[in-house]
Design a protein around this ligand. Structure first.
Ligand code: ASP
Length: 285
């Protein structure tokens, strides 16, 4: 493979939404085809998914437990050492573009009021407000809360898997052999206001190094505790076959915790999950 890109629409995303992943993958691939950088390709792919509206990221982001707040996490990293993480940011249509903007500052992570100010400084569009889909999902969460069924409002919420996740992510390798990853999410329901998941945590929700790039989706708290992305990368470094390395982590998760991983190395690319997950891949020869 000369170059390639893989995108996912989040563990729990419907297979019917694959068209959105394919479209985003195509956007990223067109950059790679022209010899463009992997970092630019994954940002473009994730920006496209954020604008799709069906996925839990950007425009499609779900609501926090208060029923009115949208807070989003995003991250980018490449194997040349570029890194940016934005945490619980509000009122930005494309958190991934905020992460991109952060790359032009001396910092690697930003949250709170300053994140909003940075978005303003870079002229980023404000968030359009909750989508119909987000409002409907919130109604379901509210019902579970009112019915006092705690198993439906914590990470083991049976029957609510589809509400829990849907982060979007992309991994790519460019013609120069540089690897990059980008991820963006509205979080995992039900969340407290201010909660931060794995998506902007290096080594948990994402990692990119000289040997490959990894993006993770699922219940953020469980992903952080297991440093999932870095664990996969460590296994690649130890010479373990990519599919084996990813499968081992997926199998190590309890059945009731949704988990999905996409990863790319020089020789292979994999997308694996323990629930439905829309994804797409394009290879450039
Ligand atoms: N990992 C994300 C989070 O916990 C959710 C997801 O992947 O869908 O915020």
């Amino acid at each position: 493979m000369n170059a390639g890109i893989l995108v996912h629409g989040g563990v729990g995303s419907l297979e019917e939404w694959r068209d959105g992943c394919l479209y985003a993958c195509g956007k990223g691939a067109s950059i790679l085809k022209k010899g463009g950088p992997a970092l630019e390709a994954v940002i473009e792919a994730v920006r496209t998914l954020e604008d799709d509206g069906r996925f839990n990221a950007g425009t499609g982001s779900i609501l926090r437990i208060d029923g009115k707040t949208i807070e989003m996490d995003a991250s980018v990293m490449d194997s040349s050492g570029r890194l940016a993480m934005v945490m619980a940011v509000r009122d930005v249509k494309n958190p991934i573009l905020l992460a991109q903007a952060l790359l032009s500052t001396p910092h690697v992570a930003i949250a709170g009021e300053g994140a909003g100010k940075l978005a303003e400084k870079f002229g980023l569009e404000p968030h359009p407000g909750p989508s119909e889909h987000a409002l409907k999902q919130y109604e379901r969460i509210k019902k579970a809360l009112l019915n006092k069924r705690p198993e439906e409002i914590n990470p083991l919420w049976k029957g609510f898997e589809h509400l829990l996740c849907d982060t979007v992510g992309a991994v790519a390798m460019d013609r120069d052999g540089v690897f990059a990853v980008a991820s963006s999410t509205g979080g995992a329901s039900a969340m407290l206001v201010g909660r931060v998941g794995d998506t902007p945590i290096i080594g948990a929700g994402f990692y990119a190094g000289k040997l490959g790039a990894i993006a993770v989706t699922g219940i953020g708290e469980e992903i952080i505790k297991r440093s999932v992305a870095r664990t996969v990368y460590d296994r690649i470094e130890r010479g373990i076959d990519l599919e084996r390395a990813v499968k081992d982590i997926i199998y190590s998760f309890p059945q009731d915790i949704p988990i999905g991983i996409i990863a790319i190395t020089k020789d292979s690319a994999v997308a694996l999950s323990n629930r439905k997950m829309a994804w797409a891949e394009l290879t450039i020869t």
